[in-house]
Design a protein around this ligand. Structure first.
Ligand code: CTP
Length: 452
């Protein structure tokens, strides 16, 4: 038995000895019934006073009392939260604005009623293993349904809109129509971006089909305000020859799901999927009809400010934002260079412009054009990976640095950056260092003579 299992059993036995009862609650009961390994455990102790619970916990380890006023404790070193049953009433519109009333004698049904979904309202009696299921959670688990527990208490926490979408995406479940209805009226604008991004991350990293998260939010009419840029993709038409899947929304959802299959290979899985989500935002402003065809010229650069606005609203990590914004302008290049079998110089330049060349190739696989008619190109991962090896080899060769130029007698004047840029160009073209040094010095000489 692990330390955690011992602690859980001891709490249950001592709670029983004191006249109470301890239950596993929430996600861990659901995960176990789904045959998954729970990531953490929550215990709810009924029928004893908070002081008595604290005494029990002190006898087992070091209780951390971060949420003492809410009747929540954790034991140091164990992934274990121990709580007393409580009622919660919303007193504001934010996720944390709650008045909490601890009541050890409220009973299991009322205690479970404050939970979001029936599958999350299951309880397991620790000593007997009996599952306590007041709201049909087991049936919903079997049928794959996300259903809210209670009309009144559900609405008190708007984060549950995103939780519902996220669980549907992760588990491949459907959201019950009355839960979709109730979510339609919930105001999510006051939520903190951290909380909303937390649910987005769970969908992006924990689902094989993250599109479900967005499709559910669309059905709930909850893409605004947090995902309003995605909403704007609905109805933006694309050339049916290249995109028989329909509008840019459909395309984005397909790229996202293909991206999820490649996620584990990516250097930055979350940022990679955000790239899949945002790569075509430029089509919102650039799509035009010309001579009977649909074009979106320049969408790869026009999309940058739109993607930036979206990420500034939601994404906390600067590195993630930089990755995505750095990749969007290059997102079309891999399939273009592969189609035309471009020169090495061009593929080297393409890889050099992004933070993760490997993820750019993966993106091109996720974004590969769906072909129609006589246009047969299906993307070419082998070609791109071959070129990535060449790029990596090229970059591992010795190259002309600033100090080489100074040692060769060149003054580092105000045009030095321009000269170094030229040296970098030669590096990407695979020119050996000795030859490149000659060419750079000659370039510098010409540059300075012309300026005189
Ligand atoms: N819960 C809730 N409403 C919320 C957040 C949580 O009712 N807004 C309840 C649910 O019963 C949930 C439990 O608290 O099962 C634990 O929440 P959390 O740890 O966020 O999620 P899990 O359900 O454990 O799921 P996972 O961690 O796998 O996402």
């Amino acid at each position: 038995m692990t330390d955690k299992e011992t602690a859980i059993l001891t709490i249950a036995k001592q709670a029983e000895a004191a006249g109470g009862r301890a239950y596993l609650v929430g996600g861990c009961v659901r995960d176990k019934l789904m045959g998954k390994l729970p990531k953490d455990h929550d215990i709810e102790v009924h029928g004893i006073a908070p002081d008595a619970l604290l005494e029990i916990l002190k006898g087992i380890g070091e209780p951390l009392s971060f949420g003492e006023s809410f009747g929540i404790y954790s034991l140091k070193g164990l992934d274990l939260d121990i709580a007393m049953p409580r009622r919660e009433h919303a007193i504001g519109r934010g996720h944390r604005d709650f008045e909490v009333e601890v009541d050890p004698f409220i009973g299991t049904e009322k205690a479970a009623m404050r939970r979001d979904f029936t599958i999350n309202a299951l309880m397991e009696d620790i000593l007997t293993g009996e599952i306590i299921d007041h709201f049909g959670g087991r049936q919903d688990l079997q049928e794959g349904i996300i259903r809210h527990v209670n009309d009144v208490s559900f609405k008190e926490d708007p984060l549950r809109v995103f939780r519902g979408a996220q669980f549907a995406a992760r588990f491949g479940f459907k959201v019950s129509p009355d839960t979709v209805e109730i979510c339609k009226g919930m105001a999510t604008s006051e939520l903190s971006s951290e909380r909303v991004e937390g649910e987005l991350q769970k969908a992006m990293l924990g689902s094989d089909t993250p599109s479900v998260f967005f499709e559910v939010l669309r059905e709930m009419d909850q893409l605004e305000p947090w995902f309003r840029e995605m909403k704007a993709l609905i109805g933006i038409e694309q050339d049916p020859v290249f995109h028989p899947e329909g509008d840019v929304w459909n395309h984005t959802m397909e790229v996202l799901d293909r991206g999820a299959k490649l996620r584990d290979e990516a250097d930055e899985p979350y940022a990679f999927l955000l790239l899949c989500l945002t790569h075509d935002l430029g089509k919102i402003t650039t799509t035009t009809f010309e001579k009977g065809r649909i074009h979106a010229y320049g969408h790869e650069s026009e999309g940058l400010p739109i993607a930036e606005t979206f990420m500034n609203r939601l994404v906390g990590s600067k590195a993630v934002k930089e990755y995505v914004l750095g990749m969007i302008p290059s997102h079309m290049k891999p399939n273009m260079v592969a189609y035309s079998h471009s020169k090495v110089k061009n593929t080297n330049k393409m890889f050099d412009e992004v933070s993760s060349p490997k993820d750019l190739i993966l993106f091109s696989v996720a974004d590969r054009p769906v072909m129609a008619g006589d246009f047969k190109f299906q993307g070419d991962r082998d070609f791109l990976e071959g070129r990535l090896k060449i790029y990596q080899n090229t970059m591992s060769e010795p190259y002309v640095m600033g100090r080489d130029l100074i040692e060769s007698g060149l003054d580092p004047g105000e045009d030095f950056k321009e000269i170094l840029d030229y040296a970098h160009k030669l590096r990407l073209a695979g020119i050996p260092k000795a030859e490149a040094l000659k060419q750079v010095l000659s370039y510098a000489k010409k540059l300075r003579t012309n300026k005189r």
